[in-house]
Design a protein around this ligand. Structure first.
Ligand code: NAD
Length: 484
């Protein structure tokens, strides 16, 4: 299959925080891979903007190092890297003052191209950057801003952030990134749901027993202890990533694949979520077993009550889903790194093959590692000796079926940045979605605080607290095994 690269308009992409960790690990290597794929127009530029004093040449070396360290893809030879370096500029700028802004104006002057400003800085600087871009007249009618998570820590702060951006930018110019939405398989989930006759008629509480969404990590909080301890798994993962996945699974078919049509449907799901009863949530915190420090050691607070794990049973009160539970879980220092959504269909209501056998169809959408979609179906076990049934996976692994393109799909950041340049907001969160998600999350967190809830310790390298297993056992269900 021939690789297809869809051309985009010429652009200037300014990365505020262009020397930071996220820029080094994700944004810059991702842009380089798009450059290698031939998707960066000849006149397009990438401009680093940060506090560090550095010349453009020093920045070019800094970026080359980042690309060598964090992966440039197949064509990372020195010639290609040099050609990419020629597209880079750098400005030392202070988001909170006036230093560097006249230089930025000079650099952008006279260029009537798409202007994308990536706010890869602490959220406390979002408002400062928005107002300075406006004050220094750095916006044109093709300006977009990209903002990173965390988008607030509760409803009040999210509303304040939205308001500070809305003072200077229209909602159609604001791209709130959730990189989970940029994953190939997440988009494929929509293709499978809405591009086939097969699934949609069964996609409801009449046929679906329950749905599981798991995002398991093996790493601990690492060097992010300070940030994480003020956040926890609920704020860091559930409110955004797991919620977005749940929305895509649960939403009604949008009338077309268009940004507002899709986001309207996602919003309706969030608004239909039931409040979560305390006994439908399990919080956990990894202990010091295994290698590496326990959570409290890692965050240097022996009394921390922040959860590094959360599992919950969530209900959606609407016609399609009433009665079908969604089980969500996410945590750090678990036995394996794996993100998966599983749609578990109901048992047959009558088996013509004699004794009752638990054969269920399950559709598994695997986000990492080894992205792919598998449908478990029941067939006859081959050979003589009667009718024995066996479950086999129908593997929709993309690489085999689709060839080269599927083997090396763009990483989530690459895809999302190119969507920003194209002006396509479908895979970005709208302000009202983020607020609705906080409005649902806040009372859960407030309940923990009011009750002085202490997370259950769990062994590092395990599959989490036993209470999470019990929570499903009460419903006569089990978590799907988290496979490496
Ligand atoms: P970082 O601390 O590594 O980098 C911060 C950057 O901001 C630096 O380039 C610094 O020079 C710049 N900066 C700080 N103050 C400034 C000022 N006054 N004026 C101009 N520039 C200033 O942070 P990071 O890890 O790259 O994270 C950036 C943003 O992305 C944060 O909002 C973070 O929550 C979010 N994020 C990061 C990751 C990640 O993996 N690092 C993942 C998801 C989201």
């Amino acid at each position: 299959m021939v690789s297809r690269v869809i051309p985009v308009d010429t652009f200037d992409l300014v990365i505020f925080g262009g020397t930071g960790d996220l820029a080094r690990r994700k944004i810059l290597p991702g842009l380089f891979r798009r450059f290698c794929a031939g998707q960066m127009p000849e006149d397009a530029r990438v401009i680093g903007a940060a506090r560090a004093e550095m010349s453009a040449d020093e920045y070019r070396s800094f970026v080359a190092d980042a690309i060598r360290e964090f992966g440039g893809g197949k064509s990372c030879d020195d010639g290609t890297l040099e050609a990419f370096q020629a597209r880079l500029e750098y400005v030392t700028v202070d988001a909170m003052g006036d230093d560097g802004w006249p230089e930025m104006v000079k650099l952008m002057d006279g260029r009537d191209v798409v202007r994308a400003y990536y706010f890869s800085v602490a959220p406390s600087l979002f408002g400062d950057l928005a107002s300075r871009l406006h004050k220094w007249e750095l916006t044109n009618d093709q300006t977009r801003i990209v903002v990173e998570k965390p988008f607030g820590r509760d409803l009040v702060t999210a509303k304040a952030l939205n308001a500070s951006l809305a003072e200077h930018f229209d909602e159609s110019q604001i791209y709130r990134i959730d990189h989970y939405l940029g994953k190939e398989t997440v988009q494929n989930l929509m293709a499978v749901r809405f591009g086939n006759m097969l699934f949609e008629p069964l996609w409801n509480s009449q046929y679906v027993d329950h749905i599981q969404i798991t995002v398991a990590e093996t790493v601990g909080v690492g060097g992010r202890g300070d940030y994480y301890d003020r956040s926890g798994a609920m704020r860091d993962m559930v409110q955004n990533h797991l919620m977005q996945l749940l929305c895509l699974i649960a939403m009604e078919p949008p009338s077309k694949f268009d940004p507002d049509a899709v986001r309207d449907e996602k919003l309706k799901v969030i608004r239909a979520l039931d409040p979560v009863a305390p006994h439908h949530v399990v919080r956990g915190q990894y202990d010091a077993s295994g290698d590496g420090p326990g959570y409290r050691e890692a965050v240097e607070d022996p009394r921390s009550r922040t959860e590094s794990y959360v599992a919950m049973k969530v209900g959606i009160s609407n016609w399609r889903w009433a009665g079908t539970p969604f089980y969500l879980r996410t945590g750090k220092r678990l036995v394996t790194r794996s993100s998966e959504i599983s749609v578990v269909f109901k048992e047959l209501n009558h088996s013509i093959f004699g004794e009752k056998q638990d054969h269920r169809n399950t559709l598994s959408i695997r986000l990492q590692p080894n992205e792919g979609i598998t449908l478990n179906v029941t067939i006859k076990e081959p050979g003589p000796g009667g009718m024995r049934l066996v479950d086999v996976p129908l593997d929709m692994t993309f690489a085999e079926a689709l060839g080269e393109d599927a083997e090396d799909p763009p990483d989530a950041y690459e895809r999302l940045i190119m969507d920003v340049i194209r002006g396509n907001q479908t895979l970005f969160m709208r302000g009202d979605e983020v607020e609705a998600a906080w409005a649902w999350t806040d009372p859960i967190i407030a309940g923990w605080e009011a009750r002085g809830d202490v997370p259950k310790p769990y062994e590092s390298g395990s599959s989490g607290p036993g209470d999470a297993v019990q929570m499903l056992a009460r419903d006569t269900r089990v978590w799907r095994e988290v496979k490496p």
